[in-house]
Design a protein around this ligand. Structure first.
Ligand code: ATP
Length: 221
């Protein structure tokens, strides 16, 4: 419409180790594209996780599994910027880069409730909400108690309407209940290591990639 500034649709950002990516990540991404009317959702595999040991599976292989998993889903993308950066993959650095590239576009940083419960341990955690909205998705089995700083963040920033994300570039917090899928990468690694099937927990292409490359196999003693 004439006279009304056009605001770009929000970009969703889902960072993780993706070791490997599974249907819990993918279904959450698709549902959030619809719920929040996102322009796109970017999976951002981390190279060097700040809070856990560096995975045995390389960042390149983890990213390749993401790429194969999202084939044919036009709104889902993989963004490899953390693979190109040296040092720990801090989310705040990633958001600063994205903000430089998208000055006024709403950015939605998505995380599971387990990750949100640990947010105050993240590098420069209090800068995140200035750079992006936070979208916290329920995760089966994860109901972390929130410390006083997170409770304050919720009181200050929580909104209930997904549409609000379109009217500001950052600064809001939204909880979303999605289809609960009790799938985790660690359980997938455990199953593969035990010689069990992971079919229908991951896309077929990811299943095939893991088997073809012998990932997550128990090492002989
Ligand atoms: P691991 O079991 O190795 O800890 P993970 O399954 O939690 O891995 P990550 O790559 O660490 O996978 O997760 C990336 C993000 O996706 C995190 O914010 C996490 O909370 C969220 N997430 C992972 N699995 C699910 C799920 N089944 N439902 C909702 N959110 C999820």
């Amino acid at each position: 419409m004439w006279g009304v500034p056009r605001v770009a649709k929000p970009i969703g950002i889902l960072g993780g180790t993706f070791n490997p990516i599974h249907l819990g990540h993918l279904r959450s991404g698709v549902e959030l594209c619809d719920r929040l009317d996102l322009a796109e959702l970017r999976f951002i595999p981390c190279a060097i996780p700040p809070h856990r040991p560096v995975p045995e599976v390389s960042a390149t292989a983890r990213s390749e599994m993401v790429r194969q998993a999202i084939q044919g889903a036009p709104q889902l993308r993989v963004d490899e910027r953390e693979l190109r950066r040296a040092g720990p993959s801090y989310t705040v650095d990633t958001l600063r880069e994205l903000r430089q590239e998208n000055a006024s576009t709403p950015l939605c940083l998505i995380m599971g409730s387990d990750a949100f419960g640990n947010l105050t341990t993240w590098h420069e955690w209090d800068q995140l909400i200035d750079l992006a909205h936070l979208i916290v998705i329920s995760r089966p089995g994860a109901r972390p108690s929130l410390n006083s700083r997170l409770s304050q963040l919720v009181r200050d920033c929580e909104v209930n309407d997904a549409r609000s994300m379109h009217h500001a570039a950052s600064g809001l917090l939204l909880f979303q209940e999605l289809t609960p899928l009790a799938i985790s990468s660690s359980e997938i690694r455990r199953l593969v290591g035990a010689g069990k099937s992971i079919r229908y927990l991951v896309p077929d292409a990811v299943n095939d990639y893991i088997l073809a490359n012998g990932l997550y196999q128990e090492k002989p003693p």
